[in-house]
Design a protein around this ligand. Structure first.
Ligand code: GLY
Ligand code: MN
Ligand code: MN
Length: 457
């Protein structure tokens, strides 16, 4: 069932080359002093039950700096007499463990295949840190991931032993390195964009498959299965966030993830699902009628959301404030809802953040950064001023309108009852204007109506 769609995929891109990881490490350490030491711990594997674990996903920062995906590791970057050294602590090779759980690169694999200068077994971390801390002052570390490591660093800073007293050596400050990493990760390289483009292509085809298999009686979970099955079939590691598959009134619940109801003719389904590929996220929402034909009311709302999304995407331009797409989307939505008689205020009043009626039907932001995390890092308002868009930044554009007839807080107009529409694409800002990474995903009313329901399992 996936063969046709897979045949339409582009070839998978090359992995990020090691020299690029070196450049990223260099851009980070160029902001440090020689007495700084930088430590990131990967999260532990999380237990699902007994000896079964959840799908493992390592630290996005470790992926960004080294491309290492294996669990239970720590990355230390330290200065050794004027030279920065990248040191990876990993699970050592262990034949018995590897027979049960899979092959490990181990210390040898880390050294031979990754952009690291030194590699050690995890069991050596404590001793190495004790040694390296003696010539360190500031420890760049974000706590809360590996509590044992947190305690170790905390103790090193608080220790009042003889070397500290005699020579003044040892760390005195712990500082969160996230702001440095976030600034770097906010601007995507050509290689990162290639990975994101592939994730976007996979997700676009997955949505199209779900459209093709939509018909009266299909269960939300069946459409979810098609989408997520295709993610794996196409070489993605899985979803970038739990899929939202909601039909009828469920389409009006922004982060609905129960995904277990039968879809009926007359209803609109909203699917927000994106694949993760080599750590990179995609994030697409499409909304379509289960019957394959929009009703007049559904068409009115869909056209309005699409118009607002197009205006917002056009605003994803170098030099614009990151708030401009949101402002554009809100303005178009407010004007449209006034024209439809759903809002009875002036445009200006409708947009008022406190008393404007637009909030009743459009209550979320239009954009977020996207990259290694679906809600990617990067401060939106550094120092309180909205960030200016630059080439290489990637953001989603996802306006929506949600008429939940079940809501006790609003009087939902009857003809729009339980219509939930969101249209979401991932956009790369370039010097030549916005590039829609997810443009392969059908979006116009004509395309959607020609696709929905035209394939059976
Ligand atoms: N999929 C979550 C979001 O759109 O932000
Ligand atoms: Mn999103
Ligand atoms: Mn989304």
């Amino acid at each position: 069932m996936f063969a046709d769609a897979v045949g339409r995929l582009p070839p998978q891109p090359s992995p990020t080359p090691n020299h690029e990881y070196r450049e990223r490490q260099q851009r980070l350490t160029s902001q440090f002093n020689n007495e700084d030491i930088f430590i990131i711990a990967a999260p532990h594997e999380a237990v699902h039950s007994n000896d079964v674990h959840y799908r493992y996903r390592t630290s996005s920062d470790i992926i960004y700096l080294t491309g290492w995906f294996d669990p239970e590791c720590s990355l230390v970057i330290r200065n050794d007499e004027g030279t920065w050294k990248t040191c990876l602590f990993v699970q050592p090779k262990d034949t018995l463990k590897e027979i049960w759980e899979g092959r490990r690169p181990g210390v040898e694999g880390a050294l031979s295949d990754y952009a690291v200068d030194e590699a050690y077994s995890n069991s050596e971390l404590e001793e190495c840190l004790a040694d390296w801390f003696s010539s360190s002052n500031r420890v760049f570390h974000r706590g809360g991931v590996n509590l044992h490591l947190d305690a170790l660093i905390d103790e090193a800073v608080r220790r009042r032993d003889r070397p500290r007293q005699h020579f003044g050596t040892g760390p005195t400050v712990i500082q969160d390195p996230s702001p440095f990493l976030a600034e770097l990760r906010l601007r995507k390289s050509a290689s990162e964009i290639e990975q994101m483009k592939y994730a976007s292509e996979v997700s676009s085809l997955a949505h199209e498959l779900a459209m093709r298999h939509s018909k009266n009686g299909v269960n939300e979970c069946q459409l979810q299965a098609i989408i997520e099955g295709f993610f794996s079939y196409a070489g993605a590691s899985g979803w970038a966030y739990p899929s939202i598959v909601g039909c009828g009134e469920n389409a009006t619940i922004l982060h609905y993830t129960v995904n277990n109801e039968a879809c009926k003719d007359g209803e609109v389904i909203l699917i927000d699902a994106g694949a993760e590929y080599r750590g990179y996220a995609s994030d697409i929402t499409r909304s379509w009628p289960i019957s394959g034909t929009f009703t007049d009311a559904q068409k009115e709302i869909y056209s309005l959301v699409l118009k607002s999304q197009e205006a917002a995407i056009a605003a994803c331009k170098v030099g614009n404030s990151y708030t401009k797409p949101h402002d554009e989307a809100r303005r178009v939505l407010a004007e449209g809802l006034i024209e439809l008689g759903i809002i009875s205020q002036s445009v200006e009043d409708a947009l008022d953040p406190d008393n404007g009626e637009l909030r009743r039907w459009y209550m979320h932001n239009t954009s977020h950064w996207i990259g290694l995390d679906v809600h990617d890092v990067g401060v939106y308002k550094p120092g309180g001023t909205p960030r200016t868009l630059e080439a290489g930044m990637c953001l989603t554009v996802e306006p929506g309108l949600y008429f939940g007839a079940w809501r006790p807080d609003v009087d939902c107009p009857e003809q729009y009852a339980n219509i939930g529409i969101r249209i979401e694409d991932d956009v790369l800002v370039t010097a030549d204007g916005p590039v829609i990474l997810t443009d392969a995903c059908p979006k116009t009313i004509e395309d959607i109506q020609s696709i929905v329901g035209n394939q059976t399992l």
